[in-house]
Design a protein around this ligand. Structure first.
Ligand SMILES: [Zn+2]
Length: 292
C-alpha cells in the first residue's frame, strides 16, 4: 500500500501506553458486539480473559516501540481513508428505501487502539477478543497485536490485510448507522440459536462486502494499492472463515455454529464488493442462505 495521499484521521484514541486495567473475573464482552472473528479462535474462554491481561492495573504507562508507532500511523491513515470514502458513499446507501430512518449523513466512528484490555460500552475486552465494533458507543476497538496473530497464526501477513481488518469493522459501523445492527439484535429474541447464527453470517459477510466496496472506492480516490495487496486481503479473509478456524482449533467443522461465514464465502463477498464498488449492488440479507 502507498498511503501518502491518505489523510490521517483525528478520530483515534490511542490507549496503548496505559497497560490496561485488570478484567474482573467473569467479565468480558457482553451484549451486542460485532467482532471480526469468533472468540474461540484464540483458544480462550472469554470468561477467563482476566488471566491474560496482566499488569497495568496500577496505572503504569509504557513507551511504544518504533514498530508500534508506525502501525498506529498506518491504522490512523486507513481510518482517514474510510472517512473520506464513506462520507460520499454512505448517503447513497442511506437514501435507499431499505434503510428508512437511517441518518442521511455519515457519522465518523472512533477507533480505539489498546494494549491488553479496554473498557467499552459493550463491556470490558481483552486482546483475546480480537478486533471488534461496539454499536453502543460507535467505536472500533483493536489491540494491534492481533496483526501478529494474523501473520503468524493465520499466515495472513501484509499491510493491506491489516487495512481489511479496519475496513471490515468500519463496515459494521456503516451497518449500525443503516439500522442493520439493531435489526439483527432485535431478531435475536425470536430466533433459535441456529437461525440467529445464520443472520450473524449475513451481517458479517456484508461487513466483508463493505470492506471490498471501500477498497474499490479508495483505490479510485487514492490509488494506494500495490501489486500483491489484493491477494493479501483475500488470504486474510480466507484465513478467518469459520470452517478454517474450527478445523484448526477443534479439528472438526460444525456449520450450524458458523457466525461469520466460511473462508470461501468471506473471500467471495469481499471480492464482490471490491469489483462492484457499490454498497447496494449485492446484499447478503437478500440472498438465499445456500447461495451466500
Ligand atoms: Zn465482523
Amino acid at each position: 500500500m502507498r498511503l501518502n495521499d491518505m489523510r490521517s484521521s483525528s478520530n483515534v484514541e490511542d490507549r496503548r501506553r496505559s497497560g490496561g486495567q485488570k478484567l474482573a473475573l467473569g467479565g468480558g464482552l457482553g451484549g451486542i458486539v460485532i467482532a471480526l472473528i469468533a472468540v474461540f479462535v484464540f483458544k480462550v474462554d472469554p470468561n477467563q480473559l482476566s488471566s491474560l491481561t496482566g499488569g497495568g492495573a496500577g496505572g503504569e504507562t509504557r513507551e511504544l516501540t518504533a514498530e508500534e508507532e508506525a502501525l498506529g500511523e498506518m491504522v490512523t491513515k486507513i481510518l482517514g481513508g474510510t472517512e473520506d470514502v464513506w462520507k460520499t458513499l454512505y448517503p447513497l446507501a442511506a437514501a435507499s428505501p431499505k434503510f428508512r430512518g437511517a441518518p442521511r449523513t455519515y457519522e465518523e466512528p472512533v477507533l480505539v487502539m489498546f494494549s491488553g484490555s479496554v473498557q467499552s460500552a459493550c463491556g470490558m475486552a481483552g486482546a483475546a477478543s480480537g478486533p471488534f465494533y461496539c454499536p453502543g458507543d460507535h467505536k472500533v476497538y483493536i489491540d494491534l497485536s492481533f496483526y501478529d496473530e494474523l501473520k503468524k497464526q493465520f499466515q495472513a501477513p501484509g499491510d493491506f490485510a491489516q487495512a481489511y481488518v479496519i475496513a471490515h469493522e468500519v463496515g459494521h459501523h456503516v451497518q449500525n448507522l443503516l439500522g442493520l445492527s439493531d435489526y439483527v439484535h432485535k431478531e435475536r429474541q425470536r430466533l433459535s440459536d441456529e437461525e440467529y447464527n445464520r443472520l450473524s453470517v449475513r451481517l458479517e459477510l456484508q461487513a466483508d462486502y463493505f470492506a471490498g466496496v471501500w477498497a474499490n472506492r479508495a483505490q479510485k480516490q487514492f490509488s494506494f494499492l500495490e501489486r500483491g495487496d489484493v491477494e493479501e486481503a483475500l488470504t486474510a479473509a480466507g484465513a478467518i472463515g469459520d470452517d478454517n478456524i474450527q478445523k484448526k482449533m477443534q479439528g472438526t467443522v460444525r456449520p450450524e455454529s458458523f457466525t461469520h461465514g466460511t473462508s470461501e464465502q468471506r473471500v467471495r463477498w469481499f471480492t464482490l464488493g471490491l469489483k462492484s464498488g457499490d454498497p447496494l449492488a449485492y446484499d447478503p440479507f437478500q440472498s438465499r442462505y445456500e447461495d451466500l
